[in-house]
Design a protein around this ligand. Structure first.
Ligand code: ATP
Length: 630
């Protein structure tokens, strides 16, 4: 099973939460439980009341056999004597019934009081983990499997419920009952009764834990083999045709049976060890009972105890052992719950790589000039991705970045969004270092239309409104109209309520792109990033979207990352990147005149366009226009 360690997070940062001094190391179970306590203690009055009910239920439980003893002792009368009828202890009988009922009443009251505490703790922790996951860096998310993380949260929250319910509904009541019974024996009878009970209980608990630890291994092996046999069977059936082609039915059956055989061995061992556990537990109980009854009968014979006492000690012992029968299962479940919770708390303890400095101000945007000052960056320590990148996008202008695949173009956008911090130099917006302002305010000022738009599995309306969830319906429709997707939407049978499918797969590339434009329009940010926003489209759609993008970019500071040069000819400044460095810069006309890398790339794309290469047809459309510019 994959563990989430924080060792991959290099940057110094604030602990996410001082409670969770995370780290990759496996914490102790006790530490995991301690992390939970503040959440539970939040409701301390409820907890106290619930604990009072717990003790009350157990006192009532203890009272039941005590009343029974009194009943037995009061029945020491000659049968048939008419006077004996008067001696029937009605009060004791009614009291017996009431005590039994009140034990259940207090138990139920405890559950009612505590369910709010458990559910609130689950809710608070799950929400905190979810928030925290969104606060973690892109690096963290790229390194982990989302499915695995959501399973960790799910198991962790389930773990909280099991831990609270097992400890509160099983372990704690049993401990209270043990203390009451032992205390009762000490006060009421001689020390032998208490001593025998303590020894028997200690033996029982130690034996159960040791044997359960030992047999957990068999169970785990059994589960592992079970899923492996299952996997083999499925794989074999999926390859039905291949099995037939090679006439390998017997071979497959043999492979399947091999797993079944080892599973059988593990299952038998598991069953045998369970029988051993059960027998051992009962043997300890029987020994305890024999010793107690021996002391009790000796007491009766000596006239120190009554028959009622004999019944009482026997009942108390049996009553005490009933919940202990499940101790093995409970022990295993609690271990499992703390392991599950541990994974979740480790997630919560993962430090934020990119964190706001305490008291950071919000970004004050005034025109939105973007400045990359001698920026150096690498995703990993010993691999440089950007080297001394220095440029300014004047307020309200467009700067395009072109270059070979992998030259670091998209990295510029990720750094501007502060998904990562630069390793050298700085990035400024209107003269403010983006590391010194609140991330939320920085990201609120930037809108992006990415290369591959991923949509939420919800309606078109939801996806457009995502740009500004508080926008009115009119504003959303207005944005859709401006992105020229309104007509398409109104032709759909479900209109704006049409579901877009997982990741937006029910829409075409161009439609998704327009949804992305619409939601960016709705956000209305002063800075825009187009990251190869049209490269996945055919030339006609690209043309249509291109003009929308240009309209969107008017009077906004725009970073335009492009693969096709036809899309950048109108930019105020073009940067040519190669292996993380800017090797040329200027307008389209200047770069063409310089006859360097840009001019060479232009000619290659123009040649491809002339030869009809599909990758360059957009260029073909724009070449005339651009050459005139040049
Ligand atoms: P393209 O035109 O193909 O989109 P690009 O110029 O935008 O390329 P970037 O996405 O900026 O290139 O990537 C620059 C380099 O950084 C690539 O070599 C890539 O392998 C590497 N890289 C990108 N993301 C990561 C990451 N999360 N971890 C490690 N390396 C990465």
């Amino acid at each position: 099973m994959r563990r989430y360690s924080t060792t991959a997070e290099p940057a110094p940062a604030e602990p996410a939460n001082s409670l969770f001094q995370g780290g990759g190391a496996r914490r102790s179970d006790w530490q995991t439980v301690r992390n939970l306590l503040p959440y539970v203690w939040h409701y301390k009055w409820r907890v106290m009341l619930a604990l009072t009910c717990l003790v009350a239920a157990k006192v009532a439980n203890l009272g039941v056999p005590v009343l029974m003893k009194k009943l037995v002792d009061s029945m020491n009368i000659a049968p048939g004597d008419p006077a004996a009828l008067l001696a029937v202890p009605v009060g004791l009988i009614v009291g017996y019934g009431l005590l039994r009922l009140s034990s259940t009443l207090f138990t139920e009251l405890r559950e009612i009081l505590f369910s709010k505490v458990t559910q609130s703790a689950v809710r608070e922790i799950a929400l905190q983990v979810f928030r925290h996951l969104h606060a973690l860096s892109l690096r963290f998310h790229l390194d982990r499997q989302t499915g695995g993380m959501s399973r960790d949260i799910e198991r962790g929250t389930r773990g909280i419920q099991s831990l609270i319910s097992y400890s509160l509904y099983s372990i704690l009541p049993t401990l209270v009952e043990m203390s009451l019974v032992i205390g009762f024996f000490v006060v009421r009878y001689d020390i032998w009764f208490a001593a025998i009970t303590i020894c028997a209980l200690a033996g029982y608990i130690v034996f159960t834990i040791v044997v359960t630890e030992w047999r957990t291994h068999f169970r785990r092996k059994m589960n592992e083999l079970d899923s492996r046999a299952n996997q083999k069977a499925i794989d074999s059936l999926l390859n039905f045709e291949t099995v037939k082609y090679f006439g390998n039915e017997e071979y497959e059956a043999h492979r399947y049976d091999e797993n079944l055989r080892t599973y059988r061995t593990a299952a038998i061992r598991s069953q045998n060890s369970l029988s051993f556990l059960n027998f051992g537990q009962q043997a300890i109980i029987a020994l305890g009972l024999i010793l107690i009854l021996w002391r009790a009968t000796v007491g009766v014979a000596a006239g120190k105890l009554t028959l009622g006492d004999l019944v009482l000690v026997n009942t108390l012992m049996i009553q005490l052992y009933i919940p202990l029968n499940f101790l093995g299962v409970i022990y295993r479940e609690i271990k499992q719950a703390t392991t599950d919770m541990d994974r979740m708390f480790v997630l919560l303890g993962t430090q934020q790589e990119v964190a706001d400095t305490p008291g950071a101000p919000v970004l004050d945007v005034n025109g939105a000039e973007v400045r990359f000052r001698h920026v150096g960056f690498g995703y990993e320590k010993n691999r440089v991705i950007l080297d001394d990148v220095d440029f300014t996008i004047a307020a309200g202008t467009t700067t395009a970045v072109v270059g070979h695949s992998g030259s670091g173009k998209s990295t510029l956008a990720r750094l501007l969004f502060r998904f990562y911090d630069v390793t050298r130099g700085s990035i400024e917006v209107d003269g403010q270092d983006i590391r010194k302002v609140r991330q939320v305010s920085l990201r609120a000022s930037i809108g992006i239309v990415p290369q591959d738009t991923v949509l939420f599995n919800d309606s078109i309306y939801y996806n457009i409104a995502y740009g500004r969830p508080e926008a009115t319906r009119e504003e959303v429709i207005e944005a859709a109209r401006a992105a020229q997707i309104d007509t398409f939407i109104s032709e759909l049978p479900q209109g704006y309520d049409t579901p877009v499918g997982e990741r937006g797969l029910k829409l075409s590339g161009g439609e998704k792109q327009r949804v992305a434009i619409a939601r960016t329009l709705l956000k209305n940010p002063p800075i825009l990033v187009f990251d190869e926003a049209t490269s996945a489209l055919d030339s006609r759609t690209e043309q249509a979207i291109q003009s929308e993008l240009m309209r969107l970019a008017q009077n906004r500071t725009t970073l335009l990352i492009a693969h096709r040069l036809s899309t950048v000819v109108h930019a105020d400044q073009i940067l040519v990147m190669d292996r993380g460095r800017i090797i040329e810069r200027g307008t389209h006309a200047e770069l063409m005149r310089a006859n360097g890398h840009y001019a060479e790339m232009w000619q290659i794309q123009a040649r491809n366009a002339a030869e009809g290469s599909p990758d360059a047809d957009a260029l073909a459309i724009d070449v005339g226009d651009a050459t005139q510019d040049a």
